[in-house]
Write a protein that binds this ligand. Structure first.
Ligand code: AHR
Length: 497
C-alpha cells in the first residue's frame, strides 16, 4: 500500500496554541486523591503530592490543566476547599456519589500546577451557584489585595494572586445528569451575567461558555446557537466535549472516529460563525475542546456503593488501538488549529487517563501517554496543510476513510519539522513518501514508532512495558523526499531538520 504527502512551509493553517495540549483533573475517582496527592506515599513531598506522578506529568509538558471539574464543579462550593485543612468539611459529593474530604482545594492545586509548570483552567459552579460565588472566586484568586476575598487568600498563606487567566463558565449544563442542569436560555442568560461580572473583577480573564456535552445530545446545535446568541460578546471560547469508544469491538470503525471529531469541530465552527454574522460582530469566536478522549467505560454507573472517599472510577485500561485513536484525534485537533485554541485530554491521571498509579504503590504509563507526549513535545509551531493521497476503506459508520492520517508542524524557531502519522490499516504496512522540497535539504532527527503485534496489547501494573515507543522504524531521505514504511496499525513521529 502506498500513500503520499506534500508539505510546504508556505501552506500554513495556524500557529499551534500550546494549550491544544492541555489536560484535565477533576475531583473524581482517584485523580486527585491517590493520583496527584497521597500523603504517606513513599514518593510524597512535604505537601503530600506524589513525586512520581509529578514527574510523569512534567515529562508531558502540559500547558494548562482544567480543574476542579467536570460534573463535580456543579455542586462545589469553592469556599469549602480553602483555609486551614483541619477545619475543612467532609461533604457528600453528588456528582459522583462519593465523600469529598476537601483536603485539596484551589490553593493546593495552584501550588501543584506551579510545580508541574501548567496554567490552571478554572471552572466556576453554575449548577447550584451563580454570579455571586463566581465573582468572589475571581476576587479570591486574582485580586492582589485590599478586599475581603483577596485578603482572605492572603490570610490563607497566598500573598501573591494566582492570576488564573482562563475560566470555564460551568460544565455540561445541558446534561440531565448535571447538578443544576439548565435549558439553553437559562444557561445562556446566567453565563452572560456571570461572565460580565467576573470580568468586572478582573478584565484580563478569558471565558469559556459551555457547548453541548456531546454532538449526540438531542439539543446539539440549537444549544450552541442559543447560548452564543445570549453570550457572544462576553465570551472568548465555546467548549466542545467528545468521547469515543470501541465497545462494539470494530477496530476499523473505531479508528475512523476521528472523522466524527473533525465533523463536530466543523459544525461548531459553522454555528459560531453564523452567530458572528448575525451579530455583525468583528470577533471570531475560538473553540475549547476541553474534554476529549477514548472512554470505554462511559455510561457505567457512578460509584456502586455510595459515599466512599476517592473510590476507583473509570480506570480504563488503554490498548494500542486506543493509542492510535488518540493519535488520530491529536492530528485532527492540529488540522483545526486555526479555531481550536484549547483542548484538554480528559483526564490526566487514574480516571480515563494516560497515567495510572496504585495507592501506596507504583505508577505506570498507558499506551495513550505516548502519542499525547510526542504531540505535546514536538507538535509546537505552525501547522501545515498537507496534501495527501492514501488508499481508503469503508467501515460501519464511515466511508472513504484514508488509511493514512497525517499532519506536520513546522517549528521555525528550532528549524524542525515534525510529521505525525497513523496507519489505520490493521494488517498491512503503508509506504509513505513525503515531499519536503520547500524546506531544502533535510535530515531525520529521529523516527519514533508505537506499534505491537497485538492491537489489544496494553500496559498494566503487572506488565508496564508491553507497548512502548521504539526508534527502529525504517525511514530515509532522498532528494527532497522522505520515505517511511508505516507498520500496520502504528503511530509514527518523524522529526526532521
Ligand atoms: O471527564 C469525566 C466527565 O465527563 C466529566 O466530569 C463530565 O464533564 C463529562 O461528562
Amino acid at each position: 500500500l502506498k500513500s503520499t504527502m506534500l508539505i510546504d512551509k508556505h501552506f500554513k493553517i495556524a500557529e499551534v496554541d500550546p494549550r491544544l495540549y492541555g489536560s484535565f483533573i477533576e475531583h473524581l475517582g482517584r485523580a486527585v486523591y491517590g493520583g496527584i496527592y497521597e500523603p504517606g506515599h513513599p514518593t510524597a513531598d512535604e505537601n503530600g503530592f506524589r513525586r512520581d506522578a509529578l514527574e510523569a506529568i512534567q515529562a508531558l509538558n502540559v500547558p494548562i490543566i482544567r480543574y476542579p471539574g467536570g460534573n463535580f464543579v456543579s455542586g462545589y462550593n469553592w469556599e469549602d476547599g480553602v483555609g486551614p485543612k483541619e477545619e475543612r468539611k467532609r461533604l457528600l459529593e453528588l456528582a459522583w456519589w462519593t465523600t469529598e474530604t476537601n483536603e485539596v482545594g484551589t490553593n493546593e492545586f495552584a501550588d501543584w500546577a506551579k510545580l508541574v509548570g501548567s496554567e490552571v483552567m478554572m471552572a466556576v459552579n453554575l449548577g447550584t451557584r451563580g454570579v455571586d460565588a463566581a465573582r468572589n472566586l475571581v476576587e479570591y484568586c486574582n485580586h492582589p489585595s485590599g478586599s475581603y476575598y483577596s485578603d482572605l487568600r492572603i490570610s490563607h498563606g497566598y500573598k501573591e494572586p494566582h492570576k488564573f487567566k482562563t475560566w470555564c463558565l460551568g460544565n455540561e449544563m445541558d446534561g440531565p445528569w448535571q447538578i443544576g442542569a439548565k435549558t439553553a436560555v437559562e444557561y445562556g442568560r446566567l453565563a452572560n451575567e456571570t461572565a460580565k461580572v467576573m470580568r468586572w473583577v478582573d478584565p484580563s480573564i478569558e471565558l469559556v461558555a459551555c457547548g453541548s456535552s456531546s454532538s449526540g445530545m438531542s439539543t446539539f446545535a440549537d444549544w450552541e446557537a442559543t447560548v452564543l446568541d445570549l453570550t457572544y460578546d462576553q465570551v472568548d471560547y465555546l467548549s466542545l466535549h467528545t468521547y469515543y469508544n470501541n465497545n462494539e469491538n470494530n477496530s476499523e470503525n473505531f479508528l475512523a472516529k476521528s472523522l466524527d471529531m473533525d465533523q463536530f469541530i466543523y459544525s461548531v465552527t459553522a454555528i459560531a460563525d453564523y452567530m458572528k454574522a448575525k451579530k455583525r460582530s468583528k470577533k471570531k469566536l475560538m473553540l475549547s475542546l476541553d474534554e476529549w478522549n477514548v472512554w470505554n467505560s462511559i455510561g457505567t454507573s457512578r460509584a456502586e456503593e455510595r459515599w466512599h472517599i476517592a473510590p476507583p472510577e473509570f480506570e480504563d485500561v488503554y490498548t494500542l488501538e486506543d493509542a492510535l485513536a488518540v493519535g488520530c484525534f491529536v492530528i485532527t485537533l492540529l488540522k483545526h488549529a486555526d479555531r481550536v485554541k484549547i483542548a484538554c485530554l480528559a483526564q490526566l491521571i487514574n480516571v480515563i487517563a494516560p497515567i495510572m498509579t496504585e495507592n501506596g504503590g507504583p505508577l505506570w504509563l498507558q499506551t495513550t501517554y505516548f502519542p499525547y507526549k510526542h504531540a505535546s513535545l514536538y507538535g509546537r509551531g505552525t501547522v501545515l496543510q498537507p496534501i495527501t493521497s492514501s488508499p481508503k476503506y469503508d467501515s460501519k459508520d464511515f466511508t472513504d476513510v484514508p488509511y493514512l492520517e497525517a499532519i506536520s508542524v513546522h517549528n521555525e524557531e528550532q528549524g524542525e519539522i515534525t510529521i505525525f502519522a497513523v496507519n489505520r490499516h490493521l494488517k498491512e504496512a503503508l509506504d509513505l513518501d513525503v515531499d519536503v522540497r520547500s524546506f531544502g535539504a533535510v535530515s531525520i532527527i529521529e523516527y519514533v514508532v508505537l506499534e505491537h503485534d497485538d492491537i489489544k496489547a496494553a500496559n498494566t501494573k503487572a506488565r508496564p512495558n508491553q507497548v512502548l515507543p521504539h526508534n527502529n522504524g525504517t525511514a530515509k531521505v532522498d532528494g527532497g523526499q522522505v520515505s517511511a514504511v508505516l507498520g500496520k496499525a502504528s503511530w509514527n513521529m518523524i522529526r526532521l531538520k
